[in-house]
Design a binder for this molecule. Sequence first.
Ligand code: SF4
Length: 296
Amino acid sequence: MSALRFATHYTIRARFYSTASSSRMAAVTTENAAKATTAPALSAAALHASGPLRNDWSRQEIQAIYDSPFMDLMFYGAKVHRENFNAREVQQCTLLSIKTGGCTEDCKYCPQSSRYDTAVKAQKMLDTGEVLDAAQRAKEAGSTRFCMGAAWRDLAGRKSNFNKILSYVKAIRGMGMEVCCTLGMLNETQAKQLKEAGLTAYNHNLDTSREFYPKIISTRSYDERLSTIGHAQDAGISVCSGGIIGLGEQEEDRVGLLHTLSTLPKHPESVPVNALLAVPGTPLENQEYPCLRWSA
Ligand code: SF4
């Protein structure tokens, strides 16, 4: 099993409480740290650090939290996290690419797109033995969640593969693990079938702000992404949705992404914040690594 296809990572769950900055909510910059010397006594991060769960954040509120001094973001982000989660606990998850490369989409950061000449070549979907063996190894290594990813646009015309995936979900749940999938766009029926099979969570990232999104992907719309998230949530599946930093976006695009996520009718249970890995052969191969920017 190659490292590409079998990677273990850790995730900390996040929710958008009144701060709109759970542990992952507000990104900061090195410049923000400098602002700390002149910032008002009470930052937006401090002001919003308590209160009920909200879905009605204004973009200005999110911007103000984003601009809060770094140390406030760290402190209040940790405070919200500790109020809602065991601060000494992380969940270990293992991610397996069950169908790698050959994707028809044009996500400019992705070496799995068939439109770009990269080292990643199209492979067939892994068979039952390979997937279940990997899940068993993940369990033995301490993972409590197993995630399966497939590089394709959606499940249209993939009935046989989808049925296999449903059987993988059932089998891995039977091992006592949580199961997550990332399979591109879902319709309502497919989301329900995944839920019935026992799926715990579905990953579908928004990637960036609505405004910047067309510069990164043209083959599916922002609204189609939101629609998939809605179908998963309506089916009762937890959602993992975040974005990528370093695509060439502006600070306002990061705020825009955070604003979209924090104003969804139901917040995602997990918000992954990825940093671009510029892969040779992709349109973003020469994109410079962003200066120090994190979520707090
Ligand atoms: S849909 Fe997924 S696999 Fe396909 S090009 Fe985009 S990021 Fe890559």
